[in-house]
Every structure is written in C-alpha cells, then in structure tokens.
Design a protein around this ligand. Sequence first.
Ligand SMILES: Nc1ncnc2c1ncn2[C@@H]1O[C@H](COP(=O)(O)OP(=O)(O)O)[C@@H](O)[C@H]1O
Ligand SMILES: [Mg+2]
Length: 306
Amino acid sequence: MTESLGESPGDGGAREPLAEVPREGAGPGADPGAAAEMPPESAPTLAGTSAVAVEIAGLTRSFGSKVAVSGLDLKVYAGEFFGFLGPNGAGKSTTIKMLCGLLRPDSGSAKVLGFDVERESLEVRRRIGVLPEESVLYERLTPLEMLSLVGRLHGLTHEQIRDRSGPLLDLMEIAAADRRKMVLDFSQGMRKKVSLACALLPAPRVLFLDEPFNGIDVVSVRGIREVLRDAVARGVTIFFSSHVLELVEKLCTRIAIIAQGKLQVLGTLSEVRSQAGLLPEASLEDVFVHVAGRSGAKRGTLEFLG
Ligand SMILES: Nc1ncnc2c1ncn2[C@@H]1O[C@H](COP(=O)(O)OP(=O)(O)O)[C@@H](O)[C@H]1O
Ligand SMILES: [Mg+2]
C-alpha cells in the first residue's frame, strides 16, 4: 500500500493481535457495556484522548416482526482492528448496513467519525470504505473500469485513480490479463478482491468489511490479511465481520459477539473469555460457541443413513 491510504497513524505502530494482548479480564459475568467505555490500550490517541471512530447507541432495526438488531451499544476506537462476530442471522450485516447509511435504523443512533449515519450520511460515505456481504460490482465493467467509476464518484483525479489502481490490483493479485476482463467472468473470490480494491481506493479512514474472506483461497487470504494489517498500521480503523475465527484471533484488537441482535460480550480475548465465564485456556471458538450456541435447539440426527 502506498500513499493511497493517507497519512500515517498517530502511534505509528501495528496493532497487537487479539490473542497476544496482555490485558486483564473484566471479571466473570462482567457487563459488556462496561468494557465499551474503556478505550483499549492499543488504540491510538488524539490529544491524549482516544478518538472514537464508531459510536453506536441503542441501535435497533426490525424487518416485520423479526427484530434483527436490538438496542445495540458499542464504541470502536480509531485505529482498532475490530472483530464483529455472531452466528448466522445475528444481525451483523444489518448493523453494518446501518453504519454505512445503506439502511435506516428504527431507533437509536450511530456516528462514524463523529458524523450521524442518518442525518450526515454523505459525510460518512465520503470517509468510509465498504465491502458488502454480496458483491455490488457492475458485471459488465472490468476491474480497471470499476475502480475508475468508484474513484470518480469519490472525486479523485484521473492521476490519483491511475496511480492507486495499479498497486491495489497488484496487492489483490488480479493478473494483468484479468484487469481488462468483465467482472461477469470472475469467481466469487476474485469479485471480493476487486470489491476490496474499490473499498480501499478513496483512502477511507474507516473500513467496513462484511465477511471479506468468503470464497477466497488460502494464498489470497494471506495476502489480503497483510493488506488489512498494513491499512491498520496506517491509521485506518477496520470494522470486520467474519466467521474465520482463527483470523479474527490473529488480527483483531477487540471483538464483539452478538446473538439475536443483542450484544453478548465485548473486549479483548481475555475480557470476552471472562465475560463468558470461561477459563484462560479457552479459545475464541470456545467463547463463540458458548455465547452464540443455541443450547435449547434440538440437534437432528442422520438416522436415515443407517
Ligand atoms: N431485508 C430483509 N428483510 C427481511 N428480513 C431480513 C432482511 N435483512 C435481514 N433480515 C433478517 O434479519 C436477521 C439478521 O440478518 P443479518 O443482519 O443479515 O444477519 P447476519 O449478517 O448476522 O447473518 C435475520 O433473521 C434475517 O433473516
Ligand atoms: Mg451477514
């Protein structure tokens, strides 16, 4: 990544991975909301106070009688690599869509970089990059045309678009021959990579990634992981939803786990572990299953197989 991600971060350093952040737990049964008030040690500070990149208060959204997100409270600090986890249908994508101004909340509020996502959605969109769960690429455009379109929508000059597009597509390992092919012919993984390049092009300060590694091969996962680490080292805040817990454990400074639209635990791995009442050796997967597992659900069997 070159100049395209803007100025360097306040503290100049890469974040510590979640698993290695040596922080005290918040104590068994601790209120995840309490951790929300405490800036992580690794968050860079502006004028001595931790800058809040994303602030969510009482965010709620229903679809008919289905409550997808229910009274969500959360703070993400500038420069964090924040993991936003939950089982299928927990309300992650709905939350991300509301934060990006793509969906209206029913009640509650959210601010991104101090701008209200409803009343100041244009200001928000100018400063963020989004990788949605489903590809929103124009099928009949090539990666280069797609980047050019995104760049122009963000008011970048022709030179800026040209100078950033090449390195971004290099980083995403999109072969030269594929750069002039229509997206129509691309695999899911290649589409994700082009989408991520589009999200990074305008040098966003906050990046929302909804399942960025779905359909991506292991070699590319490694490459993209480094791109994201580099972005965070350059001061970008990442709000990251993923089911690849191993990666979340490696990359994220703090995590939130939601289930049925509600925040269950929030903090560093050691904090969420103790909020879940688990022992220090418990992995993130253990915490996730404990917090999000449907204990009451009846498990089916494969009896019919004999
Ligand atoms: N546009 C929609 N119309 C109706 N129901 C929706 C819509 N979007 C999401 N939902 C429902 O809201 C709940 C949360 O969905 P979602 O935010 O996509 O979950 P996640 O991303 O955590 O898997 C699910 O029960 C889903 O079926
Ligand atoms: Mg989703």
